[in-house]
Design a protein around this ligand. Sequence first.
Ligand code: SAM
Length: 239
Amino acid sequence: MEDGMEKMSEALKSLGVEPSREMMERFELYMERVLEWNEQVNLTAIRDRDAFIEKHFIDSVCCISDSRWKEAVNVIDVGTGAGFPGLPLAIVSPEKKFLLVDSLNKRIRILNGILEELGMKNVSALHGRAEELARQKKYREKFDICVSRAVSRLSVLAEYCLPFIREGGRLIAYKGPDADGEVSEAASALSVLGGSVEEVSATCMEKYGVNHRIVYVKKVKKTPASYPRKAGTPERNPL
Ligand code: SAM
């Protein structure tokens, strides 16, 4: 195993997951395919393999030791891009079901090819804007957890994500150093949409060069039917 993969394996153990051979093979193949596609389509700015493992794989899985993660069954990743954090989470959580959503169809097509090659049975990828998908009965308030990384500030993200989450479920938002500022700014959006901040975690997995802070938002009441607003409105005019 290359150095980076050793680190991945060690990180998983520290999070309470025994890395299987199948998991590690999937991570390797996933990285190879993303880096290959990256030559033609912009998927990630990270080209170095060690940095890829830290910033994409270890960062993505940093919430798996939390009891709130463990109890979830249905998970949606909004604005997944090349599959982060949803696909690494799906690789290490074969017992859960994942839906990866992105508004750029090119990325979803690439992701579907990768999912097939990895033989992932617990994941599907869907093209669409969160504002539109969340209005469909099939997806509305159907998920235990919504994860999202690097999509938008919490006030906007709340409108994209909370409508997908069932009452009692959670948004797990991967945020940067200004997590507290984003939480304050999102206070009115969260209260309108039925969310309540439970915790802003300390930086996780710093040892591995990962410095995201996780914002846990609990869905405490149903989202009013008028949200999310029309595509583009949440970003232009945050609540
Ligand atoms: N989450 C991935 C990561 O951390 O590497 C990708 C982050 S990328 C900066 C943001 C992604 O969110 C893009 O792929 C974009 O197409 C998607 N996106 C932005 N707004 C969206 C929306 N309203 N609905 C669905 N996807 C959206």
